[in-house]
Design a protein around this ligand. Structure first.
Ligand SMILES: [Fe+2]
Length: 378
């Protein structure tokens, strides 16, 4: 929606502009509501919300401040406008200022001349060099709990904020509050879920005294590789679940076979070679873990196509599975086994490099080694 900064001259022009602005406000509320369900990352979502709000209200800046842990301080969670970057993660006391007042009382405010407001606190303006002239501030409330506030500052054309602007910001605040609450609930469920996953992984490792902590370490090593390759947050999450649960399929193999020191029979080998498929089948039925199941399925494939269970080759093997393969081998080499002592880090990375292009993907080896904190496990 484009705005003219020129003052409208006639009644028709005035009414046209009024209609245009009302339509824009409605569009803002509609778009924010739509985004709330579609953008998974809270910060990303809140950034989009303040940018859309700022643009629609023809304002100079906008920000969302949230309480953290207690109700004493408000943190700038996201901020747009000329000094937005400088404000990120800055905190202010909720005991003072207009934002503090709105956060304490839960009542939205329009202040069209802050110099006349005794509540206006100049600290942020003094720190950033920004001059606040007018503002709208609305509380983010969910289940009668105030999570923080949204602020919109200074109309670009110097005009006043009006009641319709305030109504739009209050509606946006309601949607934003709901999004924040949903994300926090989601995180709580996710944390509980991750703790169950760790317990499950530890149960698999416990089947073999030599693999205690193996799953956890494979996860840490795999994530080093993912970080090197600049995986997105979502990809890292999939990598985290897949790597810690890569051997979940071993749950179906008896401990005697897993720990056997003599050569395995062909039937026992078949059972071992089945564990990536068993693991993937377990995980694909669980919400959150469908993507991880694919990586578990292919964590024993080799770059040269000589691995199992499918004999996939090169880039046909998902990159996450190639990273897990490297991490798995590195941890196996750097821990004691019943039949040999652990190799040191240098020898192990040399071996990974030697097998890059045959057993391992060269990109995955390079990604892991380049980010390995050498010396931690020497
Ligand atoms: Fe495995």
């Amino acid at each position: 929606m484009a705005y003219s900064l020129e003052e409208p001259q006639t009644t028709a022009e005035l009414s046209g502009r009024f209609e245009q602005e009302n339509k824009a406000r409605l569009e803002l509320i509609y778009n924010v509501s739509k985004k709330v369900g579609s953008v998974p990352r809270m910060t990303q979502l809140l950034e989009q919300i303040i940018r859309m709000t700022q643009r629609t209200l023809n304002a100079t800046a906008s920000s969302i401040l949230l309480f953290r842990d207690n109700d004493q301080d408000l943190f700038f969670e996201v901020a747009s406008g000329p000094v937005g970057k400088a404000l990120k993660q800055v905190k202010i006391s909720a005991q003072y200022g207009i934002a503090g007042q709105v956060a304490r009382t839960g009542k939205p405010l329009i202040v069209n001349d802050v110099s006349r407001s005794e509540n206006f606190h100049q600290t942020i303006d003094k720190t950033t060099g920004f001059t606040t002239k007018s503002l709208i501030c609305a509380p983010l409330v969910v289940h009668r709990q105030i999570l923080g506030v949204i602020e919109v500052l200074n109309k670009l054309d110097g005009s006043d904020f009006n009641e319709q602007d305030l109504e739009a910001v209050v509606s946006v605040a309601a949607a934003a509050a709901m999004a924040i609450e949903n994300t926090r609930l989601h995180q709580t469920v996710l944390d509980a879920y991750k703790s169950t996953i760790s317990t499950l992984a530890a149960a698999i490792d416990a089947k073999d005294p030599y693999t205690r902590g193996h799953s956890q370490r494979v996860m840490e090593y795999t994530l080093l590789g993912g970080t090197s390759l600049s995986f997105s947050a979502e990809e890292m999450e999939t990598l985290e679940y897949a790597s810690i649960l890569h051997d979940i399929g071993k749950i179906a193999i008896d401990a005697q076979t897993l720990n056997k020191s003599d050569a395995l029979t062909p039937a026992e080998w078949d059972m071992i070679r089945e564990h990536p498929i068993t693991g993937a089948n377990i995980l694909k039925e669980i919400p959150f873990l469908e993507k991880a199941s694919e990586l578990v399925m292919y964590h024993h494939e080799r770059y040269d196509g000589e691995g199992y269970p499918k004999g996939l080759k090169g880039e046909d093997i998902p990159i996450g599975a190639r990273l897990i393969a490297v991490a798995d081998a590195f941890d196996t080499m750097t821990t004691d086994r019943s039949y040999r002592a652990a190799f040191n880090v240098d020898d192990s990375t040399r071996e990974l490099n030697r097998c890059a292009g045959t057993q391992f993907c060269p990109t995955a080896v390079e990604a892991f080694i380049s980010n390995l904190r050498v010396g931690t496990r020497k």
